[in-house]
Design a protein around this ligand. Structure first.
Ligand SMILES: *Cc1c(COP(=O)(O)O)cnc(C)c1O
Length: 300
């Protein structure tokens, strides 16, 4: 069976800060659900691949940046479930593939490259028609993997055991937080930590897709922009790994956890609050980010 459900581990974090603020923090390790189809991408791909199989598609086509967790996860999942895969990558081709793209190619993904100006058209149907002329028919998964079937999957990230006061998640396209919001209880608050600057549209898109309003987006921990890092973020990630043996990635989960600890220290949460943070995965990207910025980020 494609994407069989398994037990997901939730890990309690003990720290002086949490103790002194009388706040509890659990981390839901969906990053451990599969070594290669990491974290939230597992949930986003699940019903898409089930649908593609049902409709007898042979090829999956999708889009992403050069370090994209979605590209890595799609390449692996497609191969594992008997599909060919094609990835259109934003930006120019480098002679030496970075670890993410190398992994995608090793898993049989056929890579093409789109200039940044062409990449703007990837959601237009005329552009998709052109890709069908070139590649033959395919099952299309949008950039980042967010569509209605992805939401069906991300609604399975939390369940009735996750009855914390707050649920925190990193946010890219919003598909993950939407599934969590849809599944959350009225009295729970969902906090999204954004990874992309200047995303006024994002909150509207999310609001338009749900009739709940028990969520907030926090934009203060983007640290310069998507996939941009700074010294204090890298130090935080490495110290977090030393202390708890939980690797965080530099694009999503590291920024969320950095922001969450900062908010806790600034008394954002009332005494007695319970918090669940979703570890959405993304550790595959640490190899490439470490090479790109000449730093050492943790891996499993
Ligand atoms: C893709 C990704 C996200 C963002 O998910 P969206 O559904 O696009 O908001 C968050 N965390 C990790 C690790 C990711 O790979």
């Amino acid at each position: 069976m494609i994407f069989a459900v398994m037990k997901i581990q939730t890990q309690k974090i003990n720290s002086k800060l949490l103790k002194s603020k009388q706040v509890s923090l659990d981390i839901k390790r969906i990053d451990l659900i599969d070594p290669f189809i990491s974290g939230n991408k597992w949930f986003k791909l699940k019903y898409n691949l089930i649908e593609a199989k049902k409709k007898k598609y042979g090829t999956i086509l999708t889009f992403g940046g050069a370090y994209s967790n979605h590209i890595a996860a799609t390449a692996y999942a497609a191969r594992k479930h008997g599909f060919r895969s094609i990835g259109y990558i934003r930006g120019e081709k480098y002679n030496k593939l970075n670890p993410t793209l190398n992994f995608a190619v090793e898993n049989g993904m056929l890579l093409h490259y789109l200039t940044r100006s062409d990449y703007k058209y990837i959601n237009q149907s005329s552009f998709i028609d052109k890709l069908k002329e070139i590649n033959g028919n395919f099952y299309l998964i949008p950039e980042g993997g967010t569509n209605n079937l992805a939401l069906m999957g991300t609604e399975e990230i939390i369940n009735h055991n996750d009855n914390h006061d707050f649920i925190c998640t990193p946010v890219g396209t919003g598909g993950t937080i939407l599934g969590i919001i849809n599944k959350s209880l009225k009295n729970q608050r969902v906090i999204g930590f954004t990874s992309i600057k200047g995303n006024g549209d994002l909150i509207n898109n999310i609001s338009n897709c749900t009739n709940k309003n028990n969520f907030v987006l926090i934009n203060d921990y983007v640290t310069g922009g998507y996939a941009k890092i700074n010294r204090s973020l890298v130090d935080f990630i490495n110290n977090f790994y030393l202390e708890y043996r939980i690797p965080l990635d530099a694009i999503y989960t590291g920024k969320m956890m950095f922001g969450l600890f900062d908010l806790i220290s600034k008394d954002y949460f009332a005494k007695g609050s319970s918090i669940l943070a979703i570890h959405t995965g993304g550790i595959q990207g640490n190899k490439g980010m470490s090479m790109r910025y000449k730093i050492n980020l943790p891996i499993y």
